[in-house]
Design a protein around this ligand. Structure first.
Ligand code: HEM
Length: 446
């Protein structure tokens, strides 16, 4: 098997250091974009705007670790995504490496690297191709029938929960979490009885960055060892389950995506075990978390922009474009990283081979040179679909049709059944700087 792995040379922490070339746009970051805590208040849109204006390619130092070039402009982020030869996903992976190696969870860390999202051409396409049959318009259309029926059931339960609590309920456990999980399990072929396990692993992964950071930088006397033990055991259980189910599909293939992944053949070989872990982690995380947070974020927008909501209720045909606009504004994936594969220059800034380039999608999606009045939820925006929340280029999100379909389907039913629904203003966002992770969103069903 000739899949080459993400290079440890680029992953190794080279320690705090200056960039090889002087910053063309010298700016001290107004917020620490590497901090998980900063994102508990949502994307720092104000800071993004300031950075984009003053330093579209900004050197962002990191205390005790190697810094990175932070990109906040639409055109630069698009250009980097489109040029996989200069900006590699494979050399250093798509996550920033900033945790001390001794404190990384070894299996979680490795699995986050041994996956197609961290491969460059040509291996990337060999793996991606195997997934494609599960994301065609035809497949998604058939899937929608099951999704519509599931939404009706979920809304029944949600209604009951709200009625028992003066009309107030948490959207996350009832809808935002359950719908993407159901849809993904349908695509993957995971039995319904196992779905709660996957939901709990998702919550764990959303707070994993914070837990690992606490272990690295926190005062260990403040950390409950039992909680750490559970965290470690749950990660192991999640990968054991993935190996178990993928190997079962290898022995006995079904008509599902897990069977396709388990039986991928590259140069005459099946995927090695580490790629099974990586493929499992990627598909479960990518498919669940992002859609879940888009559902929650859309509810906030519909509450903040009441006129838009009223228009959507009066004319549900507008919902499809409103969903593109909502994903633009929510931008559930905060960043993706690339590593310069050669010396290069971007927007006047010289970047040296091996340096990290981090693209902040939420910033690109609020770039006023592309999206007029970017902070307004404009359901008629003619270029809403051009947002970069799904990335663009060779790694563009495979699941974007599935995500759009679910969001449109769920909001069609929510708005027709609960026209007075609104967010109460209460929410909890996880300390996570990779995905905008809404853990709790209280709504009044009206
Ligand atoms: C609103 C929902 C979603 C958002 C915002 C989102 C975002 C993204 C982004 C930004 C990437 C590009 C990564 C890169 O450039 O390195 C990506 C890739 C990917 N997404 Fe999504 N995603 C969503 C939903 C889904 C769903 C529902 C699935 C599966 C059911 C999925 C599966 C994947 C996979 C497998 C990749 C890797 C593609 C590759 O490397 O070729 N995503 N997604």
């Amino acid at each position: 098997m000739s899949l080459s792995l993400v290079s440890d040379t680029y992953m190794a922490d080279r320690g705090e250091r200056e960039p090889a070339h002087k910053p063309h746009y010298p700016l001290t970051p107004p917020v620490n974009l590497a901090s998980a805590k900063v994102f508990t208040q949502g994307h720092p849109f104000q800071a993004y705007a300031e950075i984009r204006q003053q330093a579209p390619v900004m050197w962002h130092p990191m205390s005790g670790s190697e810094g990175f070039w932070a990109l906040t402009g639409y055109a630069d982020i698009r250009a980097v995504n489109m040029d996989a030869q200069t900006y590699s996903s494979q050399k250093g992976g798509i996550l920033q490496a900033y945790l001390n190696e001794t404190r990384r969870h070894p299996l979680l860390h490795r699995a986050a690297l041994d996956t197609m999202i961290c491969l460059d051409p040509p291996n990337h396409m060999q793996l991606r191709r195997e997934h494609m049959a599960y994301f065609t318009p035809d497949y998604v259309r058939k899937l929608k029938t099951k999704v519509d029926a599931k939404i009706a059931d979920l809304l029944d339960d949600f209604d009951i929960a709200a009625k028992q609590n003066n009309g107030i309920a948490d959207l996350v456990p009832h809808i935002s979490e359950k719908l993407p999980l159901f849809t993904l399990c349908e695509i993957l072929g995971i039995p319904a009885a196992d779905q709660p396990k996957i939901a709990s692993w998702m919550s764990m992964l959303e707070t994993a960055q914070y837990t690992l950071e606490q272990m690295e930088y926190g005062d260990m006397s403040q950390i409950d060892p039992a909680q750490i033990m559970t965290f470690m055991q749950e990660i192991q259980a999640m990968f054991d389950y993935g190996q178990h189910i993928l190997k079962a599909r290898r022995a006995n293939p079904q008509e599902d995506l897990l069977s396709a992944i388990a039986n991928v053949n590259i140069d005459g070989d099946v995927l090695p075990d580490e790629y099974l872990d990586g493929s499992w982690l990627l598909i479960v995380f990518a498919g669940n978390d992002t859609t879940r947070n888009s559902i929650s974020g859309t509810m906030r927008l519909l509450t903040e922009f009441r006129d838009a909501k009223a228009e959507l209720i009066a004319n549900p045909n507008l919902i499809s474009n409103a969903i593109h606009e909502a994903i633009r504004m929510v931008s559930p994936v905060i960043y993706m990283r690339r590593t310069a594969a050669q010396d290069t220059e971007l927007c006047g800034q010289k970047i040296a081979e091996g340096e990290k380039v981090v693209m902040f999608y939420g910033a690109a999606n609020r770039d006023p040179s592309i999206f007029e009045n970017p902070d307004i939820f404009d359901i008629h925006r003619s270029n809403a679909k051009d947002h970069l929340a799904f990335g663009i280029g060779p790694h563009v999100c495979l699941g974007q049709r599935v995500a759009n379909m679910q969001l449109e389907a769920v909001y069609r039913q929510i708005l027709s059944r609960f026209p007075n629904i609104s967010w109460t203003g209460e929410q909890t966002i996880a300390p996570n700087n990779f995905t905008h992770s809404v853990m709790r969103l209280m709504v009044d069903v009206g």
